[in-house]
Design a protein. Structure first.
Length: 321
């Protein structure tokens, strides 16, 4: 059975955007300024902070973030210290390995890839991402003033991210991690009403372990694909663990048949896993989840309940609890 296309009962809008935003309200210590997108001529109904994957930056995932903005969301995208250009400047071995090459294609270079992937397992990069997102929340009013304008009423916030950004999302949604020299720690950010995890991590990586998700109690959407996998060779089942081990209550899992790590190409357009139907399904699913659990749209909740084994043209294993 195919779920009907998610059709919100509100209009879409022209999207405005700004890149390299710095100044009041923006975090310190980022390698670039913020990228922000928002609906033109109307106040945003909510704000989404989006975390990029390892090596990417604030300008990545443009189509997905613009889709959300066209449907009423202010989308704020920071660059983190693990942007590949920043890593190349900080780590001489990475810099030398990328000299004269396309830095954004780092994963294709055998002598560079292990050095970059190792950054995933260094707590500095975990904690610096958390710091930056919290500074965005602290300065959100100033960021809104510089972009969409400050709404008359406070707006709710969601956290979303892909890969390393999905790790950030689940940690800020309450997943407990083991931090070296500190022990088990919960970084739950109560200012986020919901979290989107696009190709997330499971146990035994980056401080996640058995029991980590007991404290992830709010609405969470976990998305992966049957060709997805982890940095240590784990298969797609490992990517489902944030859903599998989280307590019930507004939790959703979508596993798209034959989708790879970039879920049809939600990252840069040059990715090999290029599937427009998958990209559209991911866009609609994530929008419906936010409309339901951040903006409070009843028809979005109804659509999520109606999903069976297809979203649009894409076969999917869909679970909810």
């Amino acid at each position: 059975m195919s779920a009907e296309t998610y059709t919100p009962d509100y209009e879409t809008f022209e999207v405005k955007e700004v890149h390299d935003l710095t100044g009041p309200g923006t975090p310190t210590g980022m390698p670039t300024g913020l990228t922000c997108r928002w609906p033109a001529d109307v106040p945003p109904k909510a704000c989404v902070v989006f975390g990029h994957g390892l090596g990417e930056n604030a300008r990545s995932y443009a189509a997905l973030c613009a889709y959300w903005a066209a449907h009423g969301y202010l989308v704020i995208q920071p660059s983190f210290a693990d942007w590949i250009v920043a890593l190349a400047a900080e780590d001489p071995e990475i810099g030398e390995g990328l000299e004269g090459r396309d830095a954004m294609s780092w994963a294709a270079y055998d002598e560079v890839r292990p050095r970059v992937l190792a950054k995933l397992h260094q707590p500095f990069y975990w904690l610096d991402r958390i710091r930056i997102v919290r500074e965005i929340l602290d300065g959100a009013e100033a960021v809104m003033e510089a972009t969409c304008g400050v709404p008359a009423e406070p707006v709710p916030f969601a956290i979303a991210g892909h890969s390393f950004g999905a790790y950030l999302s689940q940690v800020l949604a309450g997943a407990r991690i083991d931090v070296p020299r500190k022990g088990p720690t919960v970084f739950r950010e109560e200012r986020f009403k919901a979290a989107i995890l696009l190709s997330a991590q499971g146990r035994d990586q980056q401080g996640l372990r058995e029991g980590s998700w007991n404290t992830m109690t709010g609405p969470v959407l976990n998305v992966t694909g049957t060709r997805d996998g982890g940095a240590k060779g784990q298969d797609w089942h490992w990517k489902c663990e944030p859903y599998d081990f989280a307590p019930p209550g507004d939790k959703y899992l979508a596993v798209f048949e034959d989708a790879a790590h970039y879920l049809g190409g939600i990252g840069r357009e040059t990715r090999l896993d290029d599937n427009p139907d998958q990209r559209e399904a991911v866009a609609q699913l994530t929008l419906a989840f936010m409309d339901a659990h951040v903006a409070g749209e009843t028809n979005a909740r109804d659509w999520l309940v109606a999903i069976d084994d297809y979203i649009g043209n894409c076969p999917v294993m869909f679970k909810r609890k």
